[in-house]
Design a protein around this ligand. Sequence first.
Ligand SMILES: [Zn+2]
Length: 275
Amino acid sequence: MRLCLPALLGATFALAISNHVSAAALSNLPQSVSQGGLIVATLPLATRASLAGKAIHVGRDGTVVFGAGRDEKGPLNISLIYQDGHQENALIRVTPRNWPVERVNGVPPQTVNPPPSVAERIKREQAEVTAARNRDDEREDFLNGFVWPVKGRISGRFGNQRIVNGEPKAPHSGMDIAVPEGTPVKAPAAGIITFAKPMQYLTGGTILLDHGFGLSSNFLHLSRIDVKSGQRVQQGQIIGLAGMTGRATGPHVHWGFNWFGTRLDPLLLPGIAQP
Ligand SMILES: [Zn+2]
């Protein structure tokens, strides 16, 4: 036992140092996040971070973002690696949500069960969108918070289990806001347009807007597109008009939000969330 004592003291000392160092970083991370929720935090400078063993983007100012998908059970296992190589782990609880069943009828049948002749086209269009979502810019356009792209009744919520024309389909990937055809759609935050095309088979007039760090908004079913891929837009700038193109039953704006490939709930974003 005596032989072990110095070693034990050494371990205690190291632990004290590690607790001191980690307190600042870990206190910046929330203890829990809702399914579909986004986390934005600031880490001490030069700290590296990983989520479930995979490196995540840490900005030069220590900004880090990540999200919990709709079906994420958690906890999210975050590792922080400090400049001196010392490592700390944080477990963030994921709060489960209820996903009500939503029945949508009167959808154009050719968009619910597309004919085999358009399978290639749909695959190509979806691949382009997936590629655009992989962009990882240093821009921090998301830090100013978000505004509603249009004001109106929420006619479809993120994550709801959907039964379309009587057939079970994938959960709803975004938030639908019902507005009259032709209502101007505003950029909820600044960013760069990474995709802007009028006639996508399922999503109709489609815009992707990249806010940096893998965060992107998508707007579907638009009747007009006023921006081009590569264009910089400011928060509140009009990017197109609401419509009902593609798989839609009436005029509305579908606003989807992604952290890379992970779909998040726009209703939980800073500036959008109801207190
Ligand atoms: Zn929708």
